[in-house]
Design a binder for this molecule. Sequence first.
Ligand code: KIV
Ligand code: ZN
Length: 499
Amino acid sequence: MRKITVFDTTLRDGEQAPGCTMNTREKLEFAKQLERLGVDVIEAGFPVASPDDFEAVSTIAREVRECTVAALCRCVQNDIDTAARALKEAAHPRLHVFIATSDLHLEVKLNITRQQALEKIRECVTYARSLCEDVEFSGEDATRSDREFLLECCNLAVDCGATTINIPDTVGYDTPEEMYDLIRYIRDNLHQKEKVRLSVHCHNDLGMAVANSLAALRAGADQVEGTINGIGERAGNAALEEVIMAIHTRGDTLGMETGINTRQIYRTSKLISTIIGAKIPANKPVVGRNAFSHEAGIHQHGVLKNPLTYEIMSPATIGIYESDLVLGKHSGRHAFEERVEELGYQLSGEALERAFKRFLDLADRKKSVTNKDIEAIVAGLGYALPETYRLHSFVVNSGTVISATAVVKLLKNGEEMEHVARGDGPVDAAYKAIERITKTGCQLVSYNIHAVTEGEDALGEVVVKLRKDGNNVTGRGISTDIFEASIKAYLNAVNKVVG
Ligand code: KIV
Ligand code: ZN
């Protein structure tokens, strides 16, 4: 079995996608989850892009000790200096240097000749290597580049000290056969081919990113790059959970393995979906709601007799645990703590205290609390702080013959603040009342609601996106009451804005 290096770029390439912006705290929380998942490399950002990016990369570099932490830089000395500074405290830093190699990009975007591109590679890879032992070189738009020239760039990068060579299908253009051929060609002709790691980075414009990644691995690549849930520019990147589970499930024919703890996949997928406020499509392979549900009678009958009839992976392999053992308000603290641990979370101190309080609150309203409820409670913990504004109480009125109104009372540093507003429906009225109190000037960009669990007392989750000064902020709220969940989601976003 060949061991494949898994390189996650959710926090860099994924975050570049519209609506996927994250703040440092969210990025750190996700990076910690990636560490639990067991990825080998976390690309934490593009430090020269903004002070926020720099801060996020340096925070992750400081806090994440197991994985290699990579930072992206163009073939520009200031980019490399900035990335190296951001990675200063990393246990295993990697500088990721890239330049376009296709004639189209060189002529139209960079306005330089092939010769000038080679000079930049020589200068910048040599410089990056003088600052860091681990240097990755990427030829952007590699799959639309002239093959011989791409190889020349890769070999020059290796001669100047690059330890990983990455071949991006930047615009998702290749077919799996073409990708296989290209990687074979580079692998066969690469300088120091025994020592240098060869990597692939696929985009999904034609829906072939995962197939192309697997084709590249079969052809001899030993590192695969992608994002969780496939988020990323345009149609996104290769969905890492799909690549990982393909290797896990079909290791027999692929002859490969990863060091991933697959039981953390579902949680990782849910976490990024919650942070960016993008729902996972129900039919998404591996992590979609329907990936393990069976509707047709014949299928249900088969699965009941033996799950292998219609399931090629078991839900437990990716960390979905269905338990009949529900908890209630009399279950007590010990049972709650045990269940949280069984579900794979490590909570202690104040976080455990908050989770338990939320559990009691929920158990008061709901007959039985399931694993999904507990996961929703724990997933929401990271989003509760700092709570500048807290919900004290609310009343909403709505109907077909009256206009909707809401009275919302909030607490700010112990002080009660109340406002009433009229709106196009009770949620709109409540949001207007909150705006009157908080005066943030935020605009509501999107509002989504779904049930976390089944049944009439299901826990509802609301995810909102607010826009403030050109930036989107996501807020999330859960409750058995959809108005309360809606108000909490809005307040969660407001607290991020004011905090
Ligand atoms: O898609 C791409 O070409 C990239 C590079 C910067 C690696 O993301
Ligand atoms: Zn990319």
